[in-house]
Design a protein around this ligand. Structure first.
Ligand code: PLP
Length: 375
């Protein structure tokens, strides 16, 4: 009996990992000084290194992006209703529910798939206290228009910037917009610390407050100023982040090259739209979303299955919409008629594999499957 030929699987992403031996000296240092968490030397160094790399003023590291989102809302004492997008990962809206805040879903822009600023005002009520947009796929929101609306109505802006590591717009980090921006360093992200996250803020006082909140509210040994949480990043994750920073530029260059190869290979395939982006600064090529339109010979899910049958694990990010999950779908703003653009995107999108180390032959294999005969 012969064993069937094993076909290798191509995943939508693979984590960026440096050579293991490069991490050993960092571990040795932690073992030597026995400072495992609570703002240790690697934590302090990593915060500064990230500020320098990203071009932002203040960063507070977290154990993950979700705790950072929850704490960001706490730090600004956000209550009532917050306007947000249904086209994101569930953590965006979950962070609101965990704070007892009602998410109000507003539809997205058909080109950027980010919160449509022109629909925000109609969703504002006396209970609205903030806007929580997402830089979806790392493509910047219309930050100027969102800020204008926020200023007019006295609202805070908290960006879920989980996808936006290293992204720039008009010559500066997109993280410098809004009151706070929240990053995720989850394993699947462009830049990972296994698990991790951060809040970017604009002044030292806000950072201090956030630092207290992520450490149970402790200001010193005997003073607790708020009902804080344990959101701290450990020394292992911070040390790993420092090492990861050394490889991030090369990783971003590789992602850019993969993005270009897909675009060239899929240009002209009827019914496939590779979402263009009017880049006005650095991008991170975190995802490669395509929209499967009515002119394509297969429905989106049939293409998804075809890719899977051929060893390509693409993902339908973001499907289902957040507003379709049980804890949200009864809300008036979750009504289908309120979110037609987001719904169409959720029904059509597939994110193709993109990560440093993805070989040209693998990219061409994916292109061949999408563009191939009868598709
Ligand atoms: C848009 C968005 N927000 C929030 C999160 C949550 O981040 P974390 O997994 O670090 O908690 C993620 C990813 O996981 C995300 O993609």
């Amino acid at each position: 009996m012969t064993t069937p030929e094993k076909t290798s699987t191509v995943y939508v992403t693979r984590p960026l990992l440096p050579p293991l031996e490069d991490f050993i000296p960092y571990l040795q240092q932690i073992w030597d000084n026995k400072w495992l968490t609570n703002n240790g030397p690697f934590h302090q160094e990593f915060e500064q290194a990230l500020c320098d790399y990203l071009g932002v003023r203040h960063i507070s590291l977290f154990a993950n992006g979700t705790l950072a989102l929850v704490t960001a809302l706490q730090s600004l004492r956000i209550t009532g209703e917050v306007i947000t997008t249904p086209y994101s990962f569930v953590a965006t809206a979950h962070s609101l529910l965990w704070n007892g805040i009602r998410p109000v879903f507003v539809d997205v822009d058909p080109v950027t798939l980010n919160l449509d600023p022109e629909r925000i005002e109609a969703a504002i009520t006396p209970q609205t206290t903030a806007i929580m947009p997402v830089h979806c796929y790392g493509r910047p929101c219309d930050v100027a228009r969102i800020q204008e609306i926020a200023d007019n109505y006295g609202l805070k802006v908290i960006y879920d910037a989980a996808h936006a590591f290293g992204v720039q717009s008009q010559g500066e980090s997109v993280l410098n917009h809004g009151d706070l921006s929240v990053l995720s360093f989850h394993a699947t992200k462009v830049f990972n610390t296994f698990e991790g996250g951060a809040i970017v803020c604009q002044d030292a006082k806000t950072k201090r407050h956030i630092d207290h909140l992520k450490n149970f509210g402790f200001v010193n040994e005997v003073t607790v100023v708020a009902s804080g949480i344990n959101g701290k990043m450990s020394e292992i994750n911070a040390a790993f982040g420092l090492l990861q920073l050394k490889g991030i530029d090369a990783a971003l260059r590789q992602r850019r090259a993969i993005d270009a190869r897909y675009r060239a290979g899929l240009a002209g395939v009827a019914g496939i739209d590779c979402l263009s982006d009017k880049a006005d600064g650095a991008r991170n090529y975190a995802y490669f979303p395509i929209m499967v339109g009515p002119d394509y010979p297969l429905a989106r899910d049939a293409l998804y299955q075809k890719l899977r049958d051929n060893g390509v694990h693409a993902r339908r990010y973001f499907y289902p919409l957040i507003s379709d999950f049980p804890m949200y779908r009864g809300m008036p703003s979750a009504a289908h008629a309120n979110l037609p653009v987001a719904r169409r995107a959720a029904d059509r999108v597939i994110c193709l594999p993109i990560y440093p180390g993805l070989a040209d032959e693998e990219i061409d294999h994916v292109i061949g499957l999408v563009a191939g005969p009868g598709a």
